[in-house]
Design a protein around this ligand. Structure first.
Ligand code: ADP
Length: 494
């Protein structure tokens, strides 16, 4: 069995459906692992609990010899627990190994939709957070849940405390309030919660079970991934119907900006780049530009800028406004003839199809459908501008990578973008804002950036250098989480 180094300070169990490098569908997976490692470096005892999905190989993990039993309401699940480490850190990761529920290809579902038994799957994980302590002989002071899959952790903690169990402090982080974990009321028994929890002040929301809502109501502290988003989700426009619930927790809702792993996203040592570069040698970006132009079949030229995108092709990311037949902004941008556009992404079929159609029509557009880590790095380095016309953006990672690569973001005025990008002005700036996520505003902002590239290249250069010097590391975010844990612990003790 792997031995865990004994530490002082806080003990925290992250309960999560995703963590890199084991399972990732989006920014949540990056955030959980990076935060855990940063807290570990600061001396806290942080561990992770997650499912063992099919893709997580057992042969490099330690298997506990005894079966692990978890009661979820009337049902008792018998599973195995595996243990591994997060990279070369001392963060221990516990995997709940339930063949029937977790040994599948997807995390949440397939391209046809979510798995029909998701409530069972993630309720088991949430209840396992309470059973694992006695099993491994380690009781964390803080349980940190992430998004809807583990949002009932705070609810379970409250219910157990009501019948005399010790209560750990609970923290819920909302990475995206657009995904709430809603299920038909009849599925309640699968959650292991009782009919008493089925009230408007708890699980029930517009005639459905709503896991995220129940988590927000019951957590000692709630966080989200940028200060601006913490404000926005308390408004009807961005709260996805949970604005009032969130507003009621205003005093205990904190926005903490996600960080970037600069070991991975750094043009000075990026292994995918032939020519690494610094703010002083930013002109070397052109080498990456030529590589991308040549690999993606775009004309090789320095005479026009390149706008890059790496994204899930979904409504949230602004693709309806950018790439809908007869309506989107992209043809407008391309027909200016003044810029090239390179898009890497996968997602909704209608966007994949239409983007491919446009790429056939316009020589200055190249589209790659798929998930490609190397190309994502190359596009970051090669592009002059990075376009993110999101309808809403809790934090956003790509604009942070872009800044480090001297690639000026063109972003909607919302969420994490507001906290991280400074609009171009006489004083400088690091990017460009799209006033509203609508086609005319998208093309206006993109063409303004392109115009500046053609007519005021010196200004673009100054902005690039300023952007490259900014840092959004986890060493800034982690102490804010420690403060949140301490507030949650104080709330439990009071
Ligand atoms: P979200 O988590 O909402 O998708 P973020 O900007 O916070 O958006 O994070 C997205 C992450 O996924 C980034 O690291 C981005 O580079 C990566 N990514 C998205 N689509 C692709 C793709 N097609 N190929 C490679 N990486 C991708």
């Amino acid at each position: 069995m792997l031995k865990k180094r004994r530490k002082s300070n806080l003990s925290v169990l992250m309960v999560t459906s995703e963590a890199v490098p084991f399972a990732k569908s989006g920014g949540l997976a990056d955030a959980v692992s990076a935060l855990a490692q940063e807290l570990d470096r600061s001396g806290h005892d942080v561990r992770i609990l997650m499912p063992r999905y099919q893709g997580i190989r057992r042969d490099s993990l330690y298997r506990y010899p005894t079966p692990f039993s978890v009661r979820v309401g009337q049902e008792i699940y018998t599973t195995a627990v595996y243990e591994g480490r997060l990279g070369d850190s001392s963060v221990v990761v516990y995997f709940v190994d339930h063949e029937e529920l977790y040994a599948r290809e997807g995390i949440y579902g397939t391209s046809a939709g979510g798995y029909p038994d998701n409530l069972r799957r993630f309720s088991l994980l949430s209840h396992a957070a309470f059973a694992i302590g006695a099993f491994i002989g380690w009781e964390p002071e803080v349980l940190h849940a992430h998004d809807w899959p583990t949002a009932i952790v705070p609810v379970i903690a409250q219910r157990r405390a009501a019948i005399g169990a010790a209560k750990p402090a609970t923290v819920l982080t909302i990475h995206n309030v657009g995904y709430q974990g809603t299920f038909p009321v009849g599925e309640l028994p699968h959650s292991g919660l009782s009919w008493i929890d089925l009230s408007e002040s708890q699980l029930l929301h517009y005639d459905s079970l709503n896991l995220l809502k129940a988590g927000i109501v019951n957590a000692d502290m709630v966080t989200t991934v940028s200060p601006q988003y913490a404000t926005e989700i308390r408004t009807p426009r961005r709260g996805f119907s949970l604005d009032k619930v969130l507003a009621a927790r205003k005093e205990n809702l904190v926005g903490i900006l996600n960080g970037v792993d600069y070991d991975v996203w750094n043009p000075e040592k990026d292994p995918y780049l032939d020519a690494k570069y610094t703010p002083e040698t930013v002109a070397l970006k052109d080498r990456a530009k030529h590589t991308v132009q040549s690999e993606l079949g775009l004309p090789i030229t320095n005479e026009m800028p390149l706008i890059g995108m790496v994204s899930r092709l979904v409504d949230q990311k602004g693709f309806e406004e950018l790439a809908s037949p007869g309506f989107g902004a992209l043809p407008d941008i391309l027909e200016s003839g003044e810029t090239q556009v390179a898009i890497l992404g996968s997602g909704e079929e209608r966007y994949e199809y239409y983007l491919r159609t446009l790429a056939h029509r316009y020589r200055n557009l190249s589209v790659v459908i798929g998930f490609d880590e190397r190309l994502a790095h190359l596009i970051e380095a090669a592009s002059d501008f990075f376009l993110m016309p999101s309808r809403y953006e809790p934090c956003g990672l790509n604009q942070l990578y872009s800044l480090r690569y001297g690639t000026l973001p063109i972003v909607t005025k919302c969420g994490g973008f507001v906290d991280t990008v400074e609009p171009a002005s006489a004083r400088g700036g690091t990017g460009f804002f799209i006033e509203e996520a609508c086609p005319s505003a998208i093309s206006e902002a993109a063409l303004a950036a392109v115009g500046m590239w053609h007519s005021e290249h010196g200004r673009i250069d100054t902005m690039r250098r300023a952007a490259m010097k900014l840092r959004f590391g986890w060493e800034k975010a982690a102490p804010s989480y420690v403060s949140v844990y301490e507030r949650a612990l104080a709330a439990v003790r009071s």
